[in-house]
Design a binder for this molecule. Structure first.
Ligand SMILES: NC(=O)c1ccc[n+]([C@@H]2O[C@H](COP(=O)([O-])OP(=O)(O)OC[C@H]3O[C@@H](n4cnc5c(N)ncnc54)[C@H](O)[C@@H]3O)[C@@H](O)[C@H]2O)c1
Length: 444
């Protein structure tokens, strides 16, 4: 197909590359001239594993422009992947989507043939049909379902594996204005995906609700595992991994995202969960489960901080290894490592941090007295208590020699093997019941 993609950010750029990789002719549009220039030069606008190679290999099918009109006239279908930031009430803002709709509508007014518009940004239930559709009709002077088609088609991807997730999804979710529009999108994904995904077609509101519900369900699972881990922390002999591995063997439950460790972060999980609560409340429905999931998540940093402070010598330094919200990304939105640093700094604790990819973002987010190490080994070697907050592969290589003699390591993801570390060190796995060490000096 000939596709245009509005918004070349963390989701839009990989989408453009994947679509071009599978033989579609793609033109991207962004307000940011640097992103357009990057694509035009065969470079990735954002960091994502595999993206540079995929853009470079498909330059003949992938271009970008600042002009909506140029992109829409040159394509049969337009994906909107612009931000939908959360408001104070937890609901997603439609302002960027509606601004894009105005320009798409104006371009559609000049187009003679039928066109498909696909919204991939995350929106509140009711917004595709209630806000985007009328905006497109108003600005184009055309009728949805007749002169143009409209679909809501969110992506289920994790940063760091966006390309893999787009090529091999479990499900394709399509909310459609009419059967023709949904079928075109179904056929496109059938050709693009390598995993023969289940394709779920429905009306807009069910698709919007499904998108929020998937993430809300997964966050519930994570908070459940963390609740279990917290119980395990206090039970001598308990090991959350042993328990969750066994629980996950039940096919009603499954292993994925059932790991007691730290809270969830990133640009989607926390805000989708909060948006679900806001939606339920707005309709007079108690959102007890989603609210409990969020409350449990917010308790994870204080839980970890307490474990650290109980083991920190007076005036000691806490090392935080891992600032990105997950491995293989530089994104620090709602990251546990950054949240922990902020929490400890607020208590007057000396903090040193390191991350293989997220140092620059963290410098911008954490002003003040945090110390930035130049390597994992420097951070580990200069800290009295080290918390491993992101399971980067690089940290798995740390041996006994990297740590300060007598240091305590809180291995939140249980990635270090005690066997390879020195007997002088205390390695604590979060979620494992260990005989409680007497608190040394609590620097509160
Ligand atoms: N990043 C994720 O992990 C992820 C996962 C699932 C869903 N989403 C959703 O996808 C949407 C986009 O997220 P993202 O992470 O790619 O955002 P992003 O901020 O990384 O990228 C958005 C891009 O859109 C551009 N833009 C903004 N307004 C525009 C306009 N009117 N016209 C053209 N370009 C415009 C920005 O310049 C930016 O490059 C959001 O609704 C988000 O919730 C994101």
């Amino acid at each position: 197909m000939k596709l245009s993609i509005i918004g070349l950010g963390k989701l839009g750029s990989p989408m453009a590359a994947v679509m071009a990789h599978k033989g579609n002719q793609v033109v991207g549009v962004d307000l940011n001239p640097a992103f357009v220039e990057a694509i035009q030069s065969g470079l990735p606008p954002v960091n994502e594993p595999g993206l540079p190679e995929m853009i470079q290999a498909n330059r003949d099918r992938l271009t970008a422009t600042l002009s909506y009109e140029e992109a829409i006239l040159a394509s049969d279908a337009t994906f909107i992947i612009v931000p939908t930031p959360s408001g104070e009430d937890g609901r997603f803002s439609m302002r960027f989507v509606l601004s894009a709709a105005e320009k798409i509508g104006a371009a559609l007014r000049k187009k003679s043939g039928w066109h498909l518009v696909v919204l991939s940004s995350t929106v509140m239930p009711g917004c595709t049909g209630g806000e985007l559709l009328p905006a497109l009709e108003e600005h184009s002077g055309k009728k949805a379902g007749v002169d143009f088609g409209l679909c809501y088609n969110p992506e289920f991807i994790a940063l760091g594996s966006v390309i893999r997730d787009m090529l091999r999804p479990d499900m394709i979710l399509i909310g459609e204005s009419d059967a023709r529009s949904g079928k075109i999108l179904e056929d496109l994904y059938t050709a693009v995906c390598e995993s023969n995904p289940r394709i779920q077609r429905m009306n807009f509101v069910n698709a919007e609700l499904t998108k929020l519900s998937v993430n809300t369900f997964v966050t519930t699972k994570i908070s459940y595992a963390n609740m279990l881990a917290q119980v395990c922390d206090t039970l001598p002999g308990a090991d959350v991994d042993v328990v969750t591995t066994a629980i996950g063997c039940d096919s009603r439950i499954g292993q994925k995202y059932l790991k007691g460790a730290l809270g969830y972060g990133g640009p989607c999980f926390p805000r989708d969960n909060v948006a679900f609560s806001a939606l339920a409340r707005a309709h007079g429905v108690p959102a007890l489960l989603a609210e409990a999931t969020d409350a449990l998540n917010r308790r994870q940093i204080p839980r970890l901080a307490d474990a650290i402070l109980a083991r920190l010598p007076e005036g000691g330094t806490v090392g935080i290894l891992g600032l990105s919200y997950k491995p293989d990304t530089e994104v620090i939105d709602e990251s546990q490592g950054v949240g922990l640093a902020r929490h400890l700094l607020g208590l007057g604790v000396r903090v040193m941090v390191y991350d293989p990819a997220a140092m620059q973002n963290t410098r911008a987010a954490l002003n003040g007295s945090v110390e930035f190490a130049s390597s994992a080994a420097e951070c580990a070697g200069k800290s009295d208590v080290v918390a491993i907050t992101t399971a980067w592969n690089e940290f798995k290589q740390l041996g006994a020699g990297a740590f300060k003699p007598g240091a305590t390591v809180l291995d939140c993801w249980r990635i270090l093997s005690r066997a390879t570390l020195s007997a002088e060190m205390t390695v604590l796995y979060l979620g494992e019941g260990v005989p409680e060490l007497p608190p040394i000096a609590v620097a509160r």
